[in-house]
Write a protein that binds this ligand. Structure first.
Ligand code: PSV
Ligand code: MN
Length: 388
């Protein structure tokens, strides 16, 4: 098989998971913008996600967020997904939208609040059982705003205990995916600010606890691909939350702010041979489309990940190894830059053609009339959004 064929084969197998919240209304702390045609419930969010999969062919799973995606019958929701040709991916818990979490959730000084925060995960595990999901994804929004506000170490001990209780709720086929974030919603100290802290807790919990790397959760200038390499090396990279940041946790379209960074990340993934779904790394998007249309925004995001992946697959690994072995600094760098500078759109067009898809999913979707249809059909009711 030629290198080009091997790359195409890898691209056909790649999967990207979509976040249900990308299809609801969203905004900043200043304004949530309503858009015509936006999904009004989790069933319609799945319909939107299924459109993204129909046009790209590589987005067969949808992450849910509880309670935003709470429904009476999760079996029915999973069956709806299956009818649409997609399935339920990670179940995200929510520890940031309750008044009693002002001082923390899993780290709260009051054991009763911690108990309730843990119990919320029992509900999430029930959702996993009913939907066939295997990933419980936890982002801890806990932290403190002022030095001395609480004891940093005591908070870690409470966190470790709460996480142990949550881990014990899981079935053998379930994983716990633990995210980190260096700031926000607290601004002096977050309780899981970095990958090291997340990893320490995962190592303590057991094999089925793994780190989630959200590309928007690092200080400017952080070498994210180094973190990717290290977590993969340790077998503890469970998932990505892909998005772009310019300033904070911007949740912009992946590959829009820094496509070269996305390429460098995918280069580490390909180098470690963990692109294939069997590697267990869940390539998810975690984005909000505040001002742009949501379904085409997700299609563009998927295409950006595919393009970065295709470029990473085209790196001439033999040439790179030789240049690295010979200490050929510029030559090694040139090998990477050659791949990065290739136009991979024709190759992706071929991959899509082989799957019976349009070469350009973004424009094909716009031409399909679907956006106009949901605008005219989804009238009345209450649009989904943050907190709904
Ligand atoms: C937090 O900023 C985060 O990235 C977590 O992944 C959440 O689950 C997601 O945003 C949506 O709130
Ligand atoms: Mn995230």
């Amino acid at each position: 098989m030629s290198d080009q064929q091997a790359a195409q084969e890898a691209l056909v197998q790649q999967t990207i998971e979509l976040p249900s919240w990308a299809f609801g209304n969203s905004g900043t702390r200043f304004k949530v913008f309503a858009q015509p045609g936006v999904a009004r419930d989790p069933f319609e969010k799945l319909e939107d996600a299924a459109r993204v999969h129909a046009f790209t062919g590589v987005a067969p799973r949808v992450s849910l967020h509880i309670p935003w995606d709470r429904v009476d019958d999760y079996g029915k929701l999973a069956a709806h997904a299956s009818d649409l040709g997609v399935s339920i991916g990670a179940i995200n818990s929510n520890l940031f939208q309750d008044d009693e979490y002002r001082l923390g959730s899993l780290t709260h000084p009051d054991a009763a609040v911690r108990r309730r925060a843990v119990a919320h995960h029992a509900e999430c595990v029930e959702v996993m059982r009913a939907t066939g999901s295997t990933d419980l994804k936890l982002w801890l929004p806990d932290g403190i705003n002022y030095p001395g506000q609480d004891d940093l170490r005591a908070r870690q001990e409470r966190l470790a205990e709460s996480l142990r209780e949550i881990y014990a709720l899981l079935d053998p086929e379930h994983r716990l995916l633990l995210e980190y974030k260096f700031f926000e919603p607290y601004f002096y100290a977050m309780d899981i600010p970095d990958w090291g802290t997340s990893l320490v807790h995962c190592l303590e919990l057991g094999e089925r606890a793994q780190v989630v790397l959200d590309t928007g959760h690092h200080a400017p200038g952080t070498n994210i691909e180094f973190i990717v390499m290290q977590l993969v090396r340790l077998g503890r990279l469970g998932a990505f939350d892909f998005n772009s940041r310019n300033y904070a946790d911007d949740d912009l379209i992946v590959g829009s702010a820094d496509p070269f960074q996305l390429f460098r990340i995918m280069h580490e993934i390909v180098t470690a041979d963990v692109l294939k779904p069997a590697s267990g790394i869940n390539f998810m998007l975690d984005q909000c489309h505040n001002i742009e249309a949501k379904i085409p925004g997700q299609i563009r995001s998927v295409m950006n990940v595919q393009e970065a992946t295709a470029k990473a697959l085209l790196v001439d690994r033999d040439a790179l190894r030789h240049a690295q072995r010979d200490g050929d600094v510029l030559g090694a760098n040139a090998v990477l830059m050659d791949a990065y500078n290739s136009d991979v759109r024709p190759m992706l067009a071929d991959v899509r053609a082989s799957q019976g898809l349009d070469a350009d999913p973004y424009h094909a979707y716009l031409r399909s009339g679907h956006q106009e249809r949901i605008r005219s059909e989804r009238v009345g009711g209450h649009q989904a959004g943050w907190g709904a």
